[in-house]
Design a protein around this ligand. Structure first.
Ligand SMILES: NC(=O)c1ccc[n+]([C@@H]2O[C@H](COP(=O)([O-])OP(=O)(O)OC[C@H]3O[C@@H](n4cnc5c(N)ncnc54)[C@H](OP(=O)(O)O)[C@@H]3O)[C@@H](O)[C@H]2O)c1
Length: 297
């Protein structure tokens, strides 16, 4: 049960449909939604009022939220309705840097909303609704392919922050969806926990070397500092530019604050527990370059 039309939602629906476990899934969408959904899945159009959600959630075991960042406040009503309707597990719209760390909002102010969601979820534990927050770092393939995380494949340009050798974690979209499915398949191990899922732990210098390898040319590199990205992001947020304010504050945290972006030990623990296999960094970068080049033609 989720908002299945967004960047991540469609991957989650595919993964749930393809899982060995027979999940009986349905989708939530706004009345105004223009999202395209796969045929054969029940779609509940809702105004996200508590009454509407209560009726939809009756009899459901789990709610997976992939709601947009700028509408996270709506999730508080979704949580209240899910708990009241007797839903057993709630997976909130999380999927980023490590918001279990109390300092996250100092670097990425938007993560305060996600921490408010954790607080709300904890109040529902005594009502019998448990939760799992899935931390993935940067969306690795999406971040390179869209160019939004400072890589520009069409123009062979990149911004490298600090030395470029700082480690960070990131997950491909299919891996995040796999993490959600495995969480639902192992409800006891993942109950009331932060679960860490990643495809790769790498550095910007490793990524640029692979991008140059698979595009066959040297890239134009601009050097920058993460403190500047954080300051720029916060200024943009104040000016009302929510999207780029978020992008720059995330860049600052991703490449400059290892306590928020480099959670390798925890990811290794969860990989074993959830039986998640290793992915190959070269293979991911090669695939993303091929996909972007194919879109140009
Ligand atoms: N770590 C990273 O690099 C990274 C990158 C991107 C996102 N994220 C996180 O991943 C999560 C999902 O992001 P996303 O990019 O997949 O989201 P998205 O595509 O922007 O939005 C997902 C869906 O939310 C629904 N929605 C939007 N506004 C709404 C509102 N006011 N009320 C109710 N529903 C609304 C829409 O569904 P309908 O139109 O069908 O109703 C939309 O398709 C967020 O928590 C975000 O912060 C992380």
């Amino acid at each position: 049960m989720q908002q299945a039309g967004g960047n991540l939602g469609s991957y989650v629906v595919s993964a749930l449909r393809e899982a060995d476990t027979a999940f009986n899934i349905s989708i939530l969408a706004r009345q105004s939604s223009t999202s395209k959904f796969p045929s054969g899945i029940l779609v509940h159009r809702t105004d996200y009022s508590k009454e509407s959600l209560l009726a939809i959630f009756k009899g459901q075991d789990a709610v997976v939220s992939t709601i947009a960042t700028d509408s996270l406040a709506v999730q508080q009503t979704i949580i209240d309705a899910a708990a009241e309707a007797g839903v057993k597990r709630f997976i909130p719209s999380e999927y980023g840097i490590d918001t279990s760390n109390s300092t996250a909002p100092d670097y990425v102010p938007d993560t305060k909303l996600k921490q408010d969601v954790h607080a709300r979820l904890r109040t529902k534990e005594s009502l019998g609704m448990s939760w799992t927050a899935i931390i993935v770092g940067v969306w690795f393939d999406w971040g390179i392919g869209t160019g939004i995380m400072s890589w520009d494949i069409p123009n062979r340009k990149a911004v490298i922050y600090n030395t470029g050798d700082e480690h960070y974690c990131g997950a491909n979209l299919e891996r995040i969806a796999e993490g959600i499915v495995k969480t639902l398949q192992r409800p006891e191990e993942t109950k009331n926990q932060f679960v860490y899922v990643r495809s790769h732990r790498t550095t910007q210098n490793e990524v640029i070397a692979l991008l140059e390898k698979f595009t066959g040319v040297k890239w134009e590199i601009e050097k920058a500092r993460t403190e500047e990205a954080t300051a720029k992001g916060k200024r943009l947020l104040k000016e009302g530019d929510d999207l780029f304010g978020l992008v720059y504050t995330v860049l600052g945290a991703l490449y400059g604050v290892p306590s928020l972006s480099d959670f390798e030990e925890k990811a290794q623990y969860w990989s074993k527990k959830l039986d998640i296999e290793k992915e190959d960094l070269e293979e991911t970068v090669r695939r993303v370059v091929e996909e972007v080049e194919a879109r140009k033609q």
